[in-house]
Design a protein around this ligand. Sequence first.
Ligand code: DX5
Ligand code: ZN
Length: 213
Amino acid sequence: MVRIAPSMLSADFLHLEKDVEMVNRYADIFHLDIMDGVFVPNLSYGFPIVEAIASKAEKPLDVHLMIINPEKYVERFAKAGADMISFHLNATEKPEEVLAQIRSLGCKAGLVINPDIEVESLFPYLEQADYILLMSVFAGFGGQKFIEETYGRVERLKAEIDRRGLNLPIEVDGGVSPSNAAALIAKGAEILVAGSAVFKSTDPAATIASMKA
Ligand code: DX5
Ligand code: ZN
């Protein structure tokens, strides 16, 4: 089953409740982007916003950490209301421990790579993760152009997941829109993150529906 995860980075922060209600009604997952200005050259938001969204959310919160040493903060994000927490493979010295730490907090654990990191570098960790996030742009900013090589990367990862008989959903994030959703799903993606495509749309509900169709 394909799930659509609007990225709240593109939400209207003056009217956040309105956008939270939209996701509750029409989408499947809240995607929350946490940036530290070090791992990526941008800052986003932190605990107060995550808690505020959690207080109204009726769908799971997927926290995408773009921060170095994520092990320092996963517990606080779990307490703030995260249901899923992902971090970048190259943001920590000990990915296996961080995956276990996230699971021990009762959250689903996700591992993320940017487009310049080989899909094969995830292979040692597939059994320890609950989902994999493949970036289809370089992490750090909303509104970037989708990188076409992502299709082949999803396909290669999906083949390995199936070969091992794992139940490991693939999430894709960056430049995802109704124009590439069907092709991503055909390659094996199951969670589609969309920021601008949803929030800049004149009809977010229709955009979400068309990405699932
Ligand atoms: C980028 C973030 C994305 C971003 C997606 O670093 O991880 O989640 O908000 O935004 P769009 O869909 O506009 O590319
Ligand atoms: Zn993201």
